[in-house]
Design a protein around this ligand. Structure first.
Ligand SMILES: NC(=O)c1ccc[n+]([C@@H]2O[C@H](COP(=O)([O-])OP(=O)(O)OC[C@H]3O[C@@H](n4cnc5c(N)ncnc54)[C@H](OP(=O)(O)O)[C@@H]3O)[C@@H](O)[C@H]2O)c1
Length: 251
């Protein structure tokens, strides 16, 4: 394990996709990883795992108390769990769906951070997995964009509650996960044209598999710590500023 590799981490949403990728990469490096999701984590080397629906706020603190019993420090907290919802026009977005996205993608993270504070767990770094959709605002991105934009501000606000701890929201770029099955195969790319760039990226190095993307995010953590605490960072802006400029010019 290198000096920079976290030795302990809490990863939410680690039953699949990027969260499972983080868990696998960190477990391989010898870290103690604790996770929360509804389905549970299939990685056998996980140190602790709780099945919890993060949309059910009342169940989060008891689950964290069971999960983190005896844990006094977490080198890394990755707030990764997230839902996509539907790609749709805003007038078509049901309020119940918008509420669910805000609950899981945004407010559940308030409950988790509050519990870490209440338990007085020392934390080395906090990263919330956001999205380019938090700032691009392309047609169709609906509650997902809203919830990720609110997540960015939530992290800025919580940066004041964790003095001395680097707190960031991070867009990880495109990753070939279950979310992409919906975006590339089911959503209407004729109406919502931003999807065409995403579909074209599938199967290319622009959309890595979850383990590769997880390693990319872990590799960027030291540079992330140099950014002002509370800020939103897109990994593409750090790794490939020209590509990021092209991307934002295309919105
Ligand atoms: N894939 C991309 O291209 C991409 C791009 C930008 C940002 N992201 C972000 O990356 C993060 C991971 O997404 P992914 O692409 O890896 O998709 P994914 O495979 O669908 O993973 C989502 C994870 O979130 C968990 N989750 C969802 N709702 C939950 C709930 N109510 N309670 C507990 N856990 C819940 C899921 O676990 P359970 O279903 O077991 O509960 C799952 O482990 C998300 O925040 C997403 O917004 C993804």
């Amino acid at each position: 394990m290198s000096a920079n590799t976290p030795q302990s981490a809490l990863i939410t949403g680690n039953s699949s996709g990027l969260g499972l990728g983080f868990t696998e990469v960190l477990a391989t490096a010898g870290a103690r990883v604790y996770g929360m999701s509804r389905r549970g984590c299939p990685e056998p080397r996980i140190a602790g795992d709780e099945r919890v629906d993060l949309g059910e706020f009342d169940t989060i603190a008891p689950a964290m108390d069971r999960l983190l019993e005896g844990v006094t420090r977490l080198d890394l907290v990755i707030l990764n769990a997230g839902l996509l919802g539907h790609i749709q026009r805003m007038p078509d977005a049901p309020m119940e769906e918008l509420r669910l996205l805000m609950d899981v993608n945004t407010f559940a993270n308030k409950v988790i951070l509050d519990r870490l504070l209440a338990r007085e767990i020392e934390v080395g770094q906090i990263v919330a997995i956001s999205s380019g959709a938090a700032v691009f605002g392309n047609a169709g991105w609906s509650g997902y964009s809203l919830s990720k934009a609110a997540l960015n501000m939530l992290m800025q606000l919580y940066s004041h509650e964790f003095p001395g701890v680097p707190v960031h929201s991070l867009a990880p770029g495109l990753i070939d996960t279950a979310m992409q099955d919906y975006l590339c195969e089911e959503a209407d790319s004729e109406t919502f044209t931003a999807l065409q760039r995403i579909k074209a990226a599938r199967g290319t190095r622009t959309m890595p598999d979850p383990q590769t993307a997880a390693q990319d995010v872990l590799d960027i953590l030291p540079r992330l710590r140099e950014q002002p605490s509370g800020s939103f960072v897109d990994i593409r802006a750090l790794n490939d500023p020209e590509e990021y400029a092209r991307l934002t010019g295309r919105r």
